[in-house]
Design a protein around this ligand. Sequence first.
Ligand SMILES: *[C@@H]1O[C@H](CO)[C@@H](O)[C@H](O)[C@H]1NC(C)=O
Length: 968
Amino acid sequence: MWARSVLGLVSLALVVQDSLAFKAHDFKTCSQSGFCRRGRALAKRSLETQSWQSPYSIDPSTISIVDGQAVFKAGVKSSLYPDINFGLEVRVQEDGAVRVRMDEVGGLHKRYDEAASWSLIADPKISQSIQWKAGKKDIRAVYGSKKDIGVVITYEPLQITLSRGGKDQVVLNGRGLLHMEHFRKKEEAPAVEATPTPEGGEEQVVVKADNPGAWFEGAEEDALWEETWGQWTDSKPKGPESLSIDISFPNHGVVYGIPQHATRLALPTTTGENAFFSDPYRLYNADVFEHLASSPVSLYGSIPLMHAHSEESTVAVFDLVASETWIDVSHSSDKSTETHWISESGILDLFILPGPDPDAVFAQYAKLTGTAPLPAAFGLGYHQCRWNYVSSEDVRTVQKRFDEENIPVDVLWLDIEYAVDHEYFMWNEKTFPDPVEMVNDVAATGRKMVVIVDPHLKRDSNYPAFTAAQDLKVLVKPKSGEGEYEGWCWPGSSSWVDFFNPAAWDWWKSVFKPYQLEGGSWSWTKSTEDVHIWNDMNEPSVFNGPEITMPKDNIHYGGWEHRDIHNINGMLYSNLTYQAVAARSDPPKRPFVLTRAFYAGSQRFGAMWTGDNMGTWEHMAVGIKMVLANSIGGFSFAGSDVGGFFGNPEPEMLVRWYQVGAMAPFFRAHAHIDTKRREPYLLASPYKDIVYGILRLRYSMLPVWYTAFRETTVTGRPILRPQYVVFPKDKNGFDIDDQYFIGSSGLLVKPVTEKDVTETTVYFSDDQVYYDYFTFATYNGKGSHVKVPAALHQLPLFIRGGSIVSTRERPRRASSLMKYDPFTLRVALSKDGEAKGDLYLDDGETYNHQKGEYVWREFVAAKKTRNSLRISSHDLGSLKPTEAVGDSSLTTYNPKNSYAKTLDEKDVRVEKILVLGLKGNPKSVKVEGTGEDLAFEFMPAMTRAASTLVIKDPRAKITDDWTVLIQY
Ligand SMILES: *[C@@H]1O[C@H](CO)[C@@H](O)[C@H](O)[C@H]1NC(C)=O
């Protein structure tokens, strides 16, 4: 959640509240940020200067090849600064990804080079089969199973090109914008002429007497040192250290990724003719109040991963830098994309992921940053949140209303008002006198609670979390490097734990242990294992700080400035919270942690939501695109606040928002403290009944979500898949970002995000039949945009022919009560009359799945003869051990595992098989083997609807191999 301009509290100039709106003046544009201004000016000069050439080149005499053949090393010089040395390293990894690292050698200071140590799961394995061939002007290596990938490092000017199939795919420094500003001493500067910019920022311009590099760097020095913006001055003690590089994707007309921005999925241009946005995309985790629904402004999280795509190829770059970064995007033609990345500090550490298709890129990225672990099963249920449920009685009443209406909910949430004086862990005893009893009451129905714990700690000598952190000396320091940084947040004057300091780790984990022994260190005594955690405000949000965050010259562990680590700060916080919640139980149980700030790697630590959205149709629509962009960035467990955080959505909008939310991996309703209550049971008919139906639909589909999660855990493929991911060669789908597939289930959804809609258009890419999930109406694909009914009660949800979808259709109050419920299979026959699908199950709670305790089945419908169809079930776990890219825990499988045994004992079975699109009248349906006849009903095909065969109780246990034979 965010503050109403709390800046108003500290700055007299801002006491008058603006009307509710994005406060552009709270955040910098590129032109107000010295290093971005310099980077963009460099790009501009390159266009204006004939015969522009990068001043950076490799000194061939310094080249060495180490580590077998895989690592290329060389010295790099800039003709502008002949006395400064840079070192370049290019490593080809086992999977063909190329890592490019460059740093200043022997500089005045060290550049931050620890982003990789946080973000990557391990040091990537280096290829053992690379041969570099040095020539006069360049050095090159060819590799890949087809020997079709090549890397060429050109010496002068320095350029690195990745090619595949004889075509250039990724070019670094092709436009000569590489620039690593070396560390320097602050010279006796001539008097600074500060000219305030129109936006209130200040440019600090120093005219250099005689600068031979002016053609490259500009004739004037611009904001190299101390930099003032509005009321804040950044001391920049190390001066300029920014880093810029151009990355071109010849032969790729579309780019995706670099979340988080409120924008279309196919990233619009920011430079060049008719640029869509005028500022670059910014990555600088920020608490942006009432952000716009279409903007390149940075939001709460940053994943510096960009896919470039065409009909022939997908490649990606991952720019592993933790400091503020701006990215310009332009197209020199509709077949090629040029980007320019400008970062404030850190070394160059860049990965080129060679593809060649989206799935390969997902695997390559997952090998670097890991995949999402399987979540606690309740995390996929419905979450009911509000700022705030104000008392334990309020919580009980909300739960009671859900139960009275017989609608499911898994988690009840508490925002900051549960904590006295916003001191997290400390219950307000007036309003929550009985927290443990309250949680137990919620847990009694098989539900959980999530409670907020923010990273700011009130500076109160009676607040044990604060005093413990103070005693441990693990609080972030101000620029002096002495004492504790003090800023303003919800509780007033606050300090922040520096999670970069290992001394904070064990302590933080101990805090979450409920019932820690008296006399031991202080811990959250009034909590239970049914309480899980919400990490908000971890950008970090600081109400009286520059851009609502910490000053960049604050000091973290190891002496690093906040500027160096800003974008990974929030990840470390949710990481430690995630570990803390797991570690409080023995053996550990899967935690649920929701985070607002994130970075590449955050997918390992729980879920994210898109932050404080507004209750408008535009925000509803862009929320889908933001969740898709997050999926591209490896962080699938995502959703946006149902209903919109700000505002009071009309019932129609709320219904649509539930449809959107139910079709996202993370499904939570949330609302600002100033909004009217809007729990589903408060709606009038028919809205209420429609929402109840959506909630039940979500619960019936939990097996689909969980199975999709298994796949992302093992392969890194996203849960939500936009059109280009599923049909990479269909260019008509490249710009489609309002419909998507759910895992490999074959389900395609297009949520409606506009008012007064009764029908919508869906794009079906392939030559296949698609079935309406509810009515079984059929549509033929083949690249058609098809009108489908989409009145308020109709969610456009389709099953692609060839899929078998497993659901659990008995309405329950919570997912934990569905553990042993029977399944329904929807067998959606392809136009060739066949189908298959998988189903993954485990206890949803412990880590026993990592020891092979799970059930993973495949269902296959295949023709036996011209007039017979076999539907069978077999064990996938035994059949093919999976090639895991990230988490390898699911590669072990124990066919006799006790989880499977429990399902067997509880007689968990398939209670119904629904066959869609059978081409003929069934004569008999039998269990193959025993020959037992099965009861069935058949509805022949009609003009617009597929034939449906319903097989009741097919005598099919979920853990058994079985076959049903249909004669027609
Ligand atoms: C998570 O925290 C552990 C310390 O408990 C640390 O070793 C690891 O590097 C962290 N990873 C990330 C991505 O923050």
